[in-house]
Design a protein around this ligand. Sequence first.
Ligand SMILES: [Zn+2]
Length: 309
Amino acid sequence: MAYNSIKQRLENNDTIILDGAIGAELEKKGAKMHKDLWCGTCSVESPDLVKKVHEDYILAGADIITTNTYATTPIAMKQYGFKDQINEFNKKSVQLAKEAAKNSNKKVAIAGSVSTFGSLYKYGVEAMVPGFKEQLNILSGEGVDLIILEAMSSQADIVETIVESTKETKLPVWLSISCVIDDQTNKVMLGYNDTLHTDTNVYEDFELSINNFSKIHNGPILVAHSDIKVTGEAIKIARNNFNGVLGAYPNRGHYEKPNWKFIDNITPSEYLENARSWVKDGVNIVGGCCGVGVEEIKAISILKKNQNA
Ligand SMILES: [Zn+2]
């Protein structure tokens, strides 16, 4: 299984390269975004482009590619009129990632993205559990190598609930969370500051949150969907409060419905310098989230100790 080599390399303190954005990269390649389900419709409407995104990341050196399932949560699909296609969309996304991995003849692991996208916070945390479990079951059943819980717009109790929902899954489970700097106190907080998520922003003490998460999840924990600048700060806090494997895959730019705007222009070599500093600070998994594309992943892939991996 492809995950064994990831595990071994993590034990050897190597750097694992994740892919970059799926949604924003699909936009760049001309795929049509759905007004509510964002890139969730792409695996069925533009399967060749989705496969191409995966293939490009593999060529760029990604050890792990992520399924295009961030936006196809049962909770979002039911909300936006796709309730009969939950299986179809999620399965298709796994199949496309598998095809890309297989065609590459490389040891590429496939991460199934399970997220909180479209969560109906007003119904309470418990109401989200069936959706998490449904998506987990579909992705596991379709043969992903690991799960990434992308709890990026979530408050601590939702993160805990999504982690709890994975208790029965036999696959390795990674956890992604996002953070922002509070303008007023200059402190790193659990939360986010974009409009990709329609729910309220979350501002909870990041150090406290990491402490709590370390009790319920032994890692890897990844700082994701956050600005590049805050990511460096967050990693230091995480390292001081968590002994497990850490990762980082920040954003570049911001979201204006229904498209990702690539406004700030950080070069791939600047991205590499940032990634190098995160590795120095104790991170073993690096990649990119929204706005980070193939060029950046290619640049950071030189951080692998074993270039033949
Ligand atoms: Zn993102």
